[in-house]
Ligand binder design. Structure first.
Ligand SMILES: CC(C)(COP(=O)(O)OP(=O)(O)OC[C@H]1O[C@@H](n2cnc3c(N)ncnc32)[C@H](O)[C@@H]1OP(=O)(O)O)[C@@H](O)C(=O)NCCC(=O)NCCS
Length: 167
């Protein structure tokens, strides 16, 4: 991953400090994914010919500690994303990317109709963006090892389909 994608807006929410070079242990997650060793599937988001961010999806049940913490009681896909370009934050791209990613990639990939996303509870703009995309709040969750609780939000395939405003 190119380092500039993390600056400066992501650093606020990816608060593992500033490192140069980026720590090998963290990069190993990405190397494993590229080698197909990690059941988290990562994608670069392009706007025209410009790489602007990243999205990932995974089956919650493939990550047993996290699955135990969430205790969803249903088969669900987890997704995460960020936009890494300062001039493209806050312009409505996030909800549009997320809806397209769910419809065309993440839900069909896992053959499931339920998706959850867990921004840090204090990340008001991300929560607002996900609600605009159609997610509904479930509850706050304390994830062991994480400094702040996350707010768990959920969306189903029918929530996705009942909206017609996709660009
Ligand atoms: C989170 C992210 C993907 C959202 O995408 P986006 O395209 O920026 O989102 P949008 O522009 O559609 O919406 C942002 C909303 O938050 C609102 N907002 C901004 N700051 C806010 C605040 N402090 N409190 C409440 N709402 C806020 C904006 O007004 C906007 O809502 P509106 O359209 O009703 O005015 C993107 O901002 C991002 O990548 N941020 C940096 C990394 C990150 O936080 N990733 C998420 C980790 S879970």
């Amino acid at each position: 991953m190119r380092r500039w994608l993390l600056e400066p807006h992501v650093r606020r929410w990816w608060d593992d400090g500033v490192h140069d070079p980026y720590p090998d242990a963290e990069l190993d997650h990405y190397r494993d994914a590229i080698r197909g060793l990690d059941r988290t599937y990562r994608y670069v988001a392009w706007l025209g010919d410009r790489p602007i961010g990243m999205l990932q999806h995974y089956l919650i049940d493939d990550h047993s500690d996290y699955a135990r913490t969430l205790a969803l009681g249903e088969r669900a896909v987890g997704v995460d994303l960020f936009i890494g370009e300062a001039d493209l934050i806050g312009r409505g791209h996030g909800p549009a990317m997320l809806r397209q990613f769910l419809r065309d990639v993440a839900l069909p990939f896992h053959g499931t109709n339920v998706c959850v996303i867990g921004p840090t509870a204090g990340n008001k703009s991300a929560i607002r963006a996900y609600e605009k995309a159609g997610f509904k709040r479930l509850r706050e969750v304390r994830v062991p090892g994480e400094p702040e609780p996350e707010l768990l939000l959920r969306m189903t395939r029918s929530d996705l389909d009942t909206r017609v405003d996709d660009r």
